[in-house]
Design a protein around this ligand. Structure first.
Ligand SMILES: N[C@@H](CCC[C@H](N)C(=O)O)C(=O)O
Length: 258
């Protein structure tokens, strides 16, 4: 079996993308997805994404983590699939598509993909961290030594610890820097630090605003793989019109032979 694939990255969060409009790839083949995402024996990626037909919208996004399992929303993957849909000629510069957490609008402007995220109603604040769901679950914690912080060790301890039970959570660490904020993420389902996490960046931006650290509604975030921007409108009871903004690029394409 030969499966044509494309490799995309959004601020270093990388994905294998497959045009599955003709059902060339079986859904939920955990072993195959894990093999494709393996960085030593496969193509290598943080996740695999299928672009499928939708009955009324432009397309459906189906997301799998690198461990082969389907998961909750991937923000950077959402930005990458918009660029992929444009490359395939499925859309021009604007789109409405469906993902696991609902319908998303997006547009491409000056080379950056602006992805509208779901409204966020609740941010839980604890003594040393915050927790919110931006399509995926996110723990946000301030640190003072982010450059040398052991994200993999501390992230894994929290992800598998008593706070989040079997489902786990993605774990974000953040520090204020001269021109904004710098963050690093341990990703559930990759079980390692990734160079960027879009739903994580969204969670960090809203957490920063919730804690009154800024009054602005647009927050620049430096991630390991580049720069993201999150814009939002604060409401009495949460946040709406949330946009995750950043680059999404095709890296290469090929054929996977099984
Ligand atoms: N890379 C993602 C998040 C993907 C989902 C996550 N690993 C989970 O299982 O919760 C992003 O850019 O949002």
């Amino acid at each position: 079996m030969s499966i044509p694939f494309y490799k995309y990255q959004g601020t270093g969060n990388d994905f294998v993308m497959i045009d599955n409009r003709q059902h060339i790839f079986s859904n939920n083949d955990t072993k195959l997805v894990k093999a494709i995402c393996n960085r030593k024996f496969g193509i290598g990626a943080d996740g695999l994404i299928l672009l499928e037909n939708h009955t009324t919208l432009d397309f459906t996004m189906v997301y799998y983590n690198a461990d082969g399992n389907p998961s909750s929303m991937c923000g950077n993957g959402g930005r990458c699939i918009v660029a992929f849909a444009k490359e395939l000629g499925v859309i021009a510069d604007k789109t409405t598509f469906e993902a696991v957490d609902g319908v998303h609008e997006a547009f491409i402007e000056e080379g950056l993909v602006h992805l509208k995220m779901q409204d966020v109603a609740e941010i839980k604040e604890f003594d040393d961290h915050l927790f919110l769901d931006t399509g995926s679950p996110h723990h946000v914690q301030w640190v003072s030594d982010i450059d040398v912080f052991d994200v993999k060790k501390e992230g894994a301890a929290l992800r598998y610890g008593s706070l989040y039970g079997k489902a786990g959570s993605n774990i974000n660490f953040v520090e204020a820097i001269d021109n904004g904020y710098r963050m690093r993420t341990y990703e559930r389902g990759v079980e390692d630090e990734t160079l960027s996490c879009g739903t994580g960046a969204t969670a960090v931006a809203l957490a920063i605003h919730k804690q009154n650290k800024v009054s602005i509604n647009s927050i620049p975030l430096q991630v390991e793989g580049g720069q993201l921007q999150v814009m939002f409108e604060p409401q009495e009871d949460g946040y709406k019109n949330i946009f995750l903004i950043g680059p999404a690029e095709k890296v290469f394409e090929g054929v996977w032979n099984v």
